[in-house]
Design a protein around this ligand. Structure first.
Ligand SMILES: NC(=O)c1ccc[n+]([C@@H]2O[C@H](COP(=O)([O-])OP(=O)(O)OC[C@H]3O[C@@H](n4cnc5c(N)ncnc54)[C@H](OP(=O)(O)O)[C@@H]3O)[C@@H](O)[C@H]2O)c1
Length: 335
C-alpha cells in the first residue's frame, strides 16, 4: 500500500479535513530514466492554498481527486537513472505519496555538508531564496534604513529579518504570538517586534519606526499592510511577497493604497521566487555562506507522520509554526 493525500473538494474559505482525504494507492515502479523515491520530509507552504482554487495563477491548480504536491526531501529506493543511486537524498517537487516515481533529472541531490537535509526546503531552498531576492533585489536596503517585515517569525520572514540586520538596517518584525515576539527580539536580535494580535499595529509601528519605513517586505497583506502604508518614506520600496491574510477570504477588500504610493513615490513590486530562477546560484551562495559563518540561524517546526501533513498545512493559517513548517515522514536509511 502507498498512502496518498488527495484534494477532494475546493475550499471557499479556510481549508479543513473535509477538503482533503488520505487514500491508498499502488506503489509504482520506475521506468528507464526514472527513480523510485520514499518521502522523508514534506514542506507545507501557504501558496498551496492558492492551488486549491480552480483559478488561473502562476502555477496550475491541484486537480480534484489527485494527490496534492510540493517541495520534499526524499530517498532513492530504486534507480533507473544514471546520475542517482539507491540511498541518495534528493529534493524536488513531488506528489504527497509515500512512494513516487520521478524523472531523475527533475531531482537535485542534497549536500549534507551544507547543513541538515531539511535546510533544502527552508533556508537553503525556496523560502530562503524568496527572502534573499525579495529583500535584496526589490527592497534594495541601504545601511541605516528601516525595514518592516510582516509574517516575521515564519520561514521567509525570519530570513528577511536576519538579512536586514546583516546589511545594517533597523529591522521591525510583526508576528502573532508573544513567543514569536520574544524569538524575534532575543534570538534574531531585531530592533523592535510587534504582536499584531495584542497591539494596535498602527500605534506600535509609529513608535517602532520613528524615521518612517524605507523597505516593507510584505508576507501578509490585509490590515497589517494598511497600517504600514501611511509610514512609507520618500522612495520606499515594497516587496510584495505574500498576502496570507487574504488567502482564505473570498473577495477580500480593504483601504486603497494608491494615495500612499503617490505621496511617498514608493515602488511596489509583486514577485514569485521563480522570477529569479536564473540567479538561484547567486542567492544560494550568499545564504549558504551566511549559514556557514553563523550569521544566519534557522528554526524549524516539525510534525511527525504522513497523516499529519494536512494538519501541518492548516496550522500555517493559525500561526502554529515558528520558522519553517515541515512534516517528517521517515528517517533516512543511513544517517
Ligand atoms: N512570492 C513568493 O515567491 C513566495 C514564496 C514563499 C512564500 N511566499 C509567501 O510569503 C508568506 C510567508 O510564507 P512562509 O512560507 O514563510 O510561511 P510562514 O510565514 O512560515 O507561515 C505562515 C505564517 O503566516 C502568519 N499568518 C497566518 N494567517 C495570518 C493572517 N491572517 N494575518 C497575519 N499573519 C498570518 C502566521 O504567523 P503569525 O503567528 O505571525 O500569525 C503563520 O505562521 C506567505 O504569504 C506566502 O504565500 C511567497
Amino acid at each position: 500500500m502507498n498512502k496518498e493525500i488527495h484534494l477532494v473538494k475546493r475550499p471557499e474559505g479556510t481549508p479543513t479535513d473535509e477538503h482533503i482525504q488520505i487514500v491508498n494507492g499502488e506503489k509504482p515502479s520506475p521506468a528507464e530514466g526514472e527513480v523510485l523515491v520514499q518521502l522523508l520530509y514534506v514542506s507545507v507552504d501557504p501558496y498551496m492554498r492558492g492551488r486549491m482554487n480552480d483559478t488561473k495563477s502562476y502555477i496550475p491548480p491541484f486537480a480534484l481527486n489527485e494527490p496534492m504536491a510540493g517541495g520534499v526531501v526524499a530517498e532513492i529506493v530504486e534507480s533507473k537513472y544514471d546520475g542517482l543511486n539507491e540511498g541518495d537524498i534528493v529534493t524536488g517537487m513531488l506528489p504527497w505519496k509515500e512512494f513516487s516515481t520521478a524523472q531523475g533529472d527533475q531531482l537535485r541531490k542534497v549536500d549534507p555538508a551544507l547543513g541538515p537535509i531539511t535546510y533544502s526546503l527552508g533556508i537553503l531552498g525556496m523560502p530562503g531564496l524568496t527572502a534573499y531576492f525579495g529583500l535584496m533585489d526589490i527592497g534594495q536596503p541601504k545601511e541605516g534604513e528601516t525595514i518592516v517585515v510582516s509574517g516575521a517569525a515564519g520561514a521567509v520572514g525570519t530570513v528577511v529579518a536576519q538579512i536586514g540586520k546583516i546589511v545594517g538596517c533597523r529591522v521591525v518584525g510583526i508576528a502573532g504570538t508573544d513567543d514569536k515576539i520574544d524569538y524575534l527580539k532575543n534570538t534574531l536580535q531585531v530592533d523592535e517586534a510587534i504582536n499584531y494580535k495584542t497591539e494596535n499595529v498602527a500605534d506600535a509601528l509609529e513608535k517602532a519606526c520613528p524615521d518612517g519605513v524605507d523597505v516593507y517586505f510584505d508576507n501578509v497583506g490585509g490590515d497589517i499592510s494598511d497600517a504600514v502604508y501611511p509610514l512609507l518614506n520618500k522612495f520606499a520600496r515594497i516587496a510584495q511577497c505574500g498576502a496570507i491574510a487574504s488567502y482564505n477570504v473570498p473577495n477580500d477588500q480593504g483601504p486603497r493604497m494608491q494615495m500612499h504610493l503617490i505621496k511617498s513615490s514608493a515602488l511596489i513590486k509583486g514577485f514569485t521566487v521563480g522570477d529569479y530562477q536564473d540567479r538561484f546560484q547567486e542567492g544560494f551562495q550568499h545564504l549558504s555562506k551566511w549559514v556557514q559563518e553563523g550569521k544566519l540561524t534557522y528554526e524549524e517546526t516539525i510534525q511527525e507522520g504522513f497523516e499529519n501533513i494536512p494538519n501541518a498545512f492548516f496550522g500555517l493559517f493559525t500561526g502554529e509554526n515558528l520558522g519553517k513548517q515541515l512534516v517528517k515522514v521517515n528517517e533516512p536509511s543511513q544517517k
